[in-house]
Ligand binder design. Structure first.
Ligand code: ADP
Ligand code: MG
Length: 636
């Protein structure tokens, strides 16, 4: 530690300076959040002190009140935020205010890089912490004295540009006092009324008294410890906004207490929007862990299963040892018990919502279904409940409506052993493909899967109530024998067999088997995978995930002997084999397109020209070889 009494100049870590440049130059409209950030730091410092007082005997200035004092001076244009919390040593000043050590700013920089530099809109969402003071400050001074007995006082000063300095400061009490000297265009932040409004908005639930120019502005409220029946909706919403640092209204809330097997008070929220869906990357666990109002960890990893990381709120348990460290928490049997209890309660809550308010649940599922799916595929303990909470569209639902596995089974035909699904980008793309028609013709329900995770879930779950999940593009499905309604005359069986053999020659190595299909109704042909595990959907996914995926697998081709095009090809091959070959190639490639398996669409272009030529030649002969008649046709 330095003993010099001269100011020492330090350079900010490069990342801090990068952040400061954005903050200083931002025209960000919500500059007022700097108040929230500094107050939350003061509150953190007090909480940490309370924690320390319970485990340490010697704390400097032990009798100071646990409060935050804010003073405004509209002549000097300053605002001062002062707390009697843990304070900082000289080394801690360097570490905490000179480097990016904390998660909020790190996440901000990360998001900034990913967003390509749109800093301003991100500041509010991440809270850039202490550095937000530089949105409004010409200069910031931090006077501080650590709680440890043998320390002395320090003053940290910076104008935000490149460097800061640290010098000894005599006569400091414990804690920190932050003096913000406002920029010329930020004078309003030295007005008491303005600051009172900001404090109301952001800091109502801070656990310590906040005095503004000597007058208390907040009422201390640990909402989760109060009786449910006495809490108003607005209070919950306000608490949510504070606890989750959020701007939306919560979609669901679950407030509950229990005494056994563990004493627990908990207030959980589901946000309105899913930030992962909005592209912000994986979110940190958002339910904070308290013991008797003392914060243990804001983002405890072990408190809830991974798939519940979207929850926000507070869990408070008296049974937790206060001095539990973040590291040992992972293994704590007590935290695991809390985890099981919370998960069980939340799942029960969702089940009830799904039953009582299915529309609201469906909307929840549209936003947060990803997490339920992740849970169903990975959390064996809760698999059954999670599976029941899954929802999908199907050919029997309206577009946008969802149905459950239970409902599917209740509608299934007698003797139907499988639960069918088809993957595709959209309802339209699934319904325009050739795979659905066999199921439609037999009145079988097929789930529509739109997201890659869906198929992953099906493969992991394997079955539901004794019925196996089966992709409708799988080649070994046993559909019942009742033939689909004929759409016309069919080729005779021996003709079909000949045709298939001939097509096999034309297509060569690209296909394993060609057979007349039972599935087809309106399409001339479809491809199925020769390898039964590797459905076209699976192949598509493998390719999307791995560019080098070695796709040597052959396909089987099913042709529809009832389809007029197939019947025409059968006769054409005797009169104009060249054209019949072209048509066969094109039918095959079309089927590959429908399966999403066509690698190189360019070869189609050339072939289509050839086909067009043949067609126009043919048309030319029927209009007595008069070129130009076709153009005139439209006008007559
Ligand atoms: P965060 O609060 O997310 O950790 P901040 O940028 O707000 O990030 O603060 C950085 C660090 O500076 C804090 O983690 C804390 O260690 C320290 N700090 C800030 N304000 C105070 C304060 N009033 N008292 C003690 N330490 C503080
Ligand atoms: Mg902070």
């Amino acid at each position: 530690m330095s003993t010099s009494t001269q100011p020492e100049k330090h350079k900010f870590q490069a990342e801090v300076q990068q952040l400061l440049d954005i903050v200083i130059n931002s025209l960000y409209t919500d500059r007022e959040i700097f108040v929230r950030e500094l107050v939350s730091n003061a509150s953190d410092a007090l909480e940490k002190l309370r924690h320390i007082q319970l485990t340490e005997k010697e704390v400097f200035d032990d009798r100071l009140p646990m409060e935050i004092n804010i003073t405004t001076d509209d002549t000097a244009k300053t605002i001062t935020i002062q707390d009697f919390g843990i304070g900082m040593t000289r080394d801690e000043l360097v570490e905490n205010l000179g480097t990016i050590a904390h998660s909020g700013s790190k996440a901000f920089l990360q998001a900034l890089r990913e967003s390509g530099g749109k800093g301003e809109s991100l500041i509010g969402q991440f809270g850039v912490g202490f550095y937000s003071a530089f949105m409004v400050a010409k200069r910031v001074r931090v006077f501080t004295r650590s709680w440890t007995k043998d320390e002395s006082g320090w003053c940290w000063t910076s104008e935000g540009a490149g460097s800061y300095q640290i010098e000894p400061a005599e006569g400091q009490r414990r804690g920190s006092k932050i003096i913000v000297e406002l920029k010329d265009d930020c004078g309003e932040f030295s007005g008491a009324d303005h600051i009172r409004g900001i404090l109301r908005r952001y800091s109502s639930f801070v656990q310590f008294p906040i005095n503004l120019n000597g007058e208390k502005v907040n009422t201390v409220q640990a909402l989760w410890l109060r009786n449910k029946n006495e809490i108003k909706d607005e209070e919950y919403t306000e608490f949510y906004k504070f606890a989750a640092n959020a701007f939306d209204e919560p979609r669901y809330r679950l407030h509950f207490s229990a005494d056994a097997p563990i004493a627990i008070n908990s207030l959980l929220f589901v946000p309105n929007d899913n930030p992962e869906r909005l592209g912000f990357g994986r979110v940190d666990p958002g339910v904070a862990l308290y013991c008797r109002k003392i914060l243990i960890d804001n983002h405890p990893k072990a408190l809830l299963p991974e798939w519940l990381r979207f929850l926000k709120g507070v869990v408070d348990s008296e049974d937790l040892p206060l001095n539990i460290s973040r590291e040992s928490m992972q293994d704590s049997a007590l935290v695991q018990k809390l985890n099981r209890l919370l998960t069980k309660r939340f799942l029960k809550f969702l089940e009830k919502e799904a039953e009582k308010r299915p529309d609201g649940y469906a909307e929840f599922f549209t936003h947060f279904g990803f997490f339920i799916k992740e849970g169903a595929a990975t959390d064996f303990t809760h698999r059954e409940q999670l599976t029941n909470l899954l929802r999908f569209e199907s050919n029997l639902t309206e577009k946008g409506n969802l149905t459950s596995l239970k409902d599917y089974v209740s509608r299934a035909k007698e003797g139907q052993e499988e639960i069918y699904y088809l993957s595709g980008r959209s309802r339209e793309s699934i319904e325009s493909g050739p795979y659905l028609e066999a199921f439609k013709a037999r009145n079988l329900e097929v789930f529509y899967l739109y997201e890659p995770v869906d198929e992953f879930v099906m493969n992991n779950l394997h079955e539901f109530e004794g019925r196996k999940f089966a992709s409708a593009d799988q080649s070994d499905l046993k559909l019942d024998d009742s033939p689909p309604p004929a759409t016309g005359e069919a080729l005779a069986e021996d003709e079909t067999r000949d045709l298939c053999r001939w097509m096999r020659d034309v297509l060569g190595d690209r296909v394993a088997e060609i057979s007349p299909g039972k599935r087809l109704v309106n399409s001339p042909a479809l491809v199925l995978n020769a390898d039964k595990m590797m459905t076209p959907t699976m192949r598509r996914m493998m390719k999307a995930m791995n560019q080098d995926f070695d796709d040597q697998a052959k396909v089987n081709l099913e042709v529809n002997p009832r389809h007029s095009l197939i019947r025409k090809v059968a006769s054409l091959r005797k009169s104009n084999e060249k054209l019949a070959r072209l048509a066969t190639e094109q039918i095959f490639d079309n089927a590959m397109i429908s399966a999403g398996l066509l690698e190189d669409p360019r070869r189609i272009v050339d072939r289509v020209y050839e086909l067009l030529e043949a067609a126009t030649e043919h048309a030319g002969t029927t209009t007595a070889g008069k070129p130009g008649t076709r153009d005139a046709e439209g006008k007559t």
